[in-house]
Design a protein around this ligand. Structure first.
Ligand SMILES: [Zn+2]
Length: 106
């Protein structure tokens, strides 16, 4: 059973290497790329619009030494297609996984 509680955590942003002003954000309408067994999320700078791939979807949340990613970025479509179940929403399972992880940490 899920439950919620307030926590204090840090927002982890990735500053754009090109302009040093904007921050990188996941491009939600582009698929996650699988390369050499590693997932990469396409990002775009909020200021100069430069694009690049990152191995984590930014921004992250940091809490008790662990980094958490947004569920919507975990269940986003990947560059694989035609694999059974790949487009099935995993939202509840991911929320449960996050909730149990947080519970164990307290
Ligand atoms: Zn930039």
């Amino acid at each position: 059973m899920q439950y919620r509680k307030p926590i204090t955590c840090e927002l982890v942003e990735f500053r754009c290497d090109e302009c040093k002003k904007g921050v990188l954000r996941v491009i939600s309408d582009k698929p996650i790329i699988h390369s050499g067994g590693i997932k990469q999320w396409p990002h775009r700078c909020s200021h100069c619009q430069a694009e690049g791939c990152m191995t984590y979807p930014f921004p992250l949340l940091r809490y008790m030494g662990e980094e958490f990613v947004l569920a919507k970025h975990v269940r986003a479509m990947t560059s694989y297609s035609g694999i059974e179940g790949i487009d099935k929403p995993l939202h509840d399972e991911q929320i449960n996984a996050l909730t149990s992880s947080v519970s164990e940490a307290t």
